[in-house]
Design a protein around this ligand. Structure first.
Ligand code: ADP
Ligand code: MG
Length: 220
């Protein structure tokens, strides 16, 4: 069995509004191994996005820990956690959030951790791989849904993250574009690991491990 690269232990996210408490994530244990493509399915509101936010350091758990390699991520002060996320993680959001006033290439460069010529080269390279090289100077309003989502994948991967998180990355795409985007995302598992949330089992066909979420609980 390959080594564990990312691990959630008794992970919880509790939302409290007045006297009402909701466990978006309810004491979840998960181990993600090197090279693993993990799929997460589950009904709307079951806590899939919340789990991805906790594991990727976008949100702090109310209980439990996330261990990335040997680091207890949520013990890190905010600037250190941000640095780790920027360097080692990539995140593809459900909606292709792009800056409307920037070109596709500039949008990809937004996530470049160090900037400079090396980042520009990496951005060109990944856009080439994603079939976006001829669209680099286009603004988002002149791109199709599939092209926009591929720009988001390029932005999440140009710095060669070790772990790629994707939250329903194909939700706004037709089947053909969805499959193309999933193929790209799945290919990144060899760098470290890939975690994908989807409603559509067809998009997770190739995953190594499939989890289901219900009311904040994670089950195989
Ligand atoms: P999914 O991605 O599976 O649709 P989410 O992780 O977005 O689920 O949400 C899980 C649960 O947490 C839901 O019951 C949702 O209403 C609740 N929730 C999400 N965000 C908030 C918030 N900011 N405040 C209060 N409750 C929230
Ligand atoms: Mg969600």
């Amino acid at each position: 069995m390959p080594e564990v690269i990312l691990q959630g232990q008794q992970l919880s996210l509790l939302y409290q509004e007045g006297t009402e408490k909701t466990f978006a994530v309810d004491h979840v244990d998960i181990k993600i191994h090197k090279g693993e493509f993990v799929g997460v399915m589950g009904p709307s509101g079951s806590g899939k996005s919340s789990l991805l936010y906790l594991l990727s350091g976008l949100k702090r758990p109310t209980e439990g820990t996330v261990i990335y390699q040997d680091t207890d991520m949520h013990m890190l002060p905010e600037p250190k956690l941000m640095g780790l996320r920027l360097r080692d993680f990539g995140f593809v959001f459900q909606q292709p959030y792009l800056m409307t006033y920037l070109s596709a290439l500039e949008n990809v460069l937004l996530a470049a951790p160090c900037g400079g010529a090396q980042s520009v080269m990496q951005a060109h390279e990944v856009m080439q791989q994603l079939g976006l090289h001829h669209l680099e100077s286009r603004r988002p309003y002149k791109l199709s849904g599939g092209e926009k989502q591929r720009v988001c994948v390029a932005r999440a991967t140009a710095h060669q993250p070790d772990i790629l998180f994707a939250d329903e990355p194909t939700a706004s795409l037709d089947r053909t574009n969805g499959e193309a985007v999933m193929k790209l995302i799945a290919g990144y598992r060899s760098r470290g690991a890939v975690l994908v949330v989807s409603h559509d089992p067809a998009m997770l066909r190739e995953c190594d491990t499939m989890y289901h979420m219900h009311d904040g609980h994670l089950e195989l």
